[in-house]
Design a protein around this ligand. Structure first.
Ligand SMILES: Cc1cc2nc3c(=O)[nH]c(=O)nc-3n(C[C@H](O)[C@H](O)[C@H](O)COP(=O)(O)OP(=O)(O)OC[C@H]3O[C@@H](n4cnc5c(N)ncnc54)[C@H](O)[C@@H]3O)c2cc1C
Length: 426
């Protein structure tokens, strides 16, 4: 039976995109008894950023990246100077409007921090509760994570980071001496080492399994999945038509969760989504032993190494490259060389992966409803925090779709903050 024939009640909510954001929302809606159709061109969490992230539930990252300090110091982070940020010259022109908004957002850092913090701070507890509810608590490990520095300024940098965390109300403790000794031993040097423990964060043992578990719980509650490319969303009075591979699927509402590819689906409704692909890479080290059962950020190199089921996963880079462009083999080789220097056994043969963080210029997500009659919603732009924010955002979106008051003020996340799209609304 075709999807059109299925839907006569008009109650179906279509979710476009089965990354971690779409899967968590499918679960949040289905557990409330909603009829959900999750649509993606690929199996859940296999095509986008949600497959390959660092698995870190970063409940300590309360501040959006654009800030006056970031404007002053970002150049030090460029790959040109050995850092992890790659902003190639040929990308400056296409990225100019995004970069201009980034600079503008830097001056709203104080206003934007509490908005992001309200969503991020409870995220690990919220995910823990969700996993208990679906019977998969083992997917989340609550050992916190560690940031480590090496070299003559290590202790000073750890102290500065601790002070900054405390100013935001984030709990920290010193990294244990045994961990610092193990880092020195592995690296084969006796440089100074210092570190900070964040006890309230966490990590997942496999990001793809997490998305699959949430999607699985949604399917158990009656949600359906359709593998198809969505070409467009069409307003049908107080309903929405989802055109996917030649078929029109009517829905009572649609939610766009299509990661970095969300913009064209929203533009028709006058909703701006100035997303850019902030690409990151990972390399995996099968059967490698972790330093400790928690993610370790090697802060001098901006590499995070996370213990995952049967392997370690090392992630790095912030590359402003076109979504879909081939991975840069030099970055994979450099990541591997740095891992070697840190004492990990790494081989580029275990193919590197690249994925696009969907990032809005102010580093706040886009959560809300399109203006006007069309029941079109969006949950996009989760930047470096999509895994962390998937369940909190899903609870917000489930409330918005149901017409209830959301658990927090969603006005800072309204995409209309970027101004109206010029395209005439249908
Ligand atoms: C290297 C790296 C490390 C990261 N580490 C962390 C971390 O440790 N912690 C954290 O919280 N976050 C992390 N992130 C960020 C996080 O992974 C993302 O924010 C998150 O995955 C975004 O999820 P999403 O569902 O919005 O998008 P995606 O996972 O990209 O999913 C979008 C989905 O939409 C589908 N889609 C798009 N357009 C269409 C269409 N027209 N029709 C049908 N389907 C469509 C795609 O196929 C895809 O499956 C990291 C990201 C990267 C790249």
């Amino acid at each position: 039976m075709s999807p059109e024939q299925h839907d006569t009640s008009g109650e179906r909510i279509a979710i476009v995109g089965a990354g971690i954001i779409g899967c968590a929302l499918a679960w949040a809606l289905a557990r409330e008894g909603r009829r959900v159709l999750l649509i993606d061109r690929a199996e859940p969490a296999t095509a986008g950023a949600s497959f390959g992230n660092a698995g870190h539930i970063a409940s300590e990252q309360l501040e959006p990246l654009p800030s006056p300090a970031a404007l002053r110091t970002f150049w030090r982070e460029l790959t040109l100077f050995g850092g992890a940020v790659d902003l190639p010259l040929r990308r400056w022109v296409p990225l100019a409007p995004w970069l201009a908004r980034f600079v503008q957002a830097a001056f709203h850092h104080r206003r934007n921090t509490p908005a992001l913090a309200a969503l991020v701070a409870p995220a690990a507890d919220t995910l823990e509760a969700a996993l208990r509810e679906i019977g998969r608590p083992e997917l989340l490990v609550r050992h916190g994570h560690y940031a480590l520095w090496r070299g003559p300024h290590a202790a000073e940098r750890a102290a500065r980071t601790t002070a900054a965390a405390h100013a935001l109300g984030v709990r920290t403790g010193p990294a244990p001496r045994e961990l610092l000794q193990a880092v020195r031993a592995r690296g084969g040097t006796d440089d100074d080492a210092a570190g900070v423990h964040y006890p309230d964060s966490g990590h997942v043992i496999d990001p793809r399994q997490l998305a699959a578990a949430l999607a699985g719980a949604a399917f158990q509650a009656g949600a359906e999945f359709r593998q198809a490319e969505v070409q467009e969303l069409i307003p049908l009075g107080a309903r929405i038509g989802v055109r996917a591979e030649g078929q029109m699927v009517p829905a009572a509402a649609a939610v766009v969760c299509a990661g970095v590819q969300s913009q064209p689906l929203l533009a028709r409704f006058g909703v701006p989504a100035p997303l850019t692909a902030e690409r990151g890479y990972h390399l995996e080290m099968p059967d490698a032993p972790p330093l400790i059962d928690a993610p370790v950020l090697h802060a001098n190199h901006n590499i995070i190494v996370t213990p995952m089921q049967g392997r370690l996963r090392a992630t790095s880079y912030l590359e402003f490259e076109r979504h879909g462009a081939p991975p840069d083999p030099r970055k994979i080789a450099r990541l591997c060389a740095r891992l070697h220097a840190l004492g990990y056994r790494c081989a580029t043969a275990h193919a590197g992966w690249v994925g696009s963080r969907p990032t809005l210029p102010d580093y706040l997500p886009g959560l809300g409803r399109a203006p006007g009659e069309a029941p079109l919603f969006y949950a996009v732009g989760h930047q470096h925090l999509g895994l962390t924010l998937a369940v909190p955002s899903a609870h917000v979106m489930a409330a918005l779709v149901a017409g209830r008051h959301p658990p927090l003020d969603t006005r800072p996340f309204d995409l209309m903050r970027f101004g109206k799209v010029r395209t005439a609304r249908p």
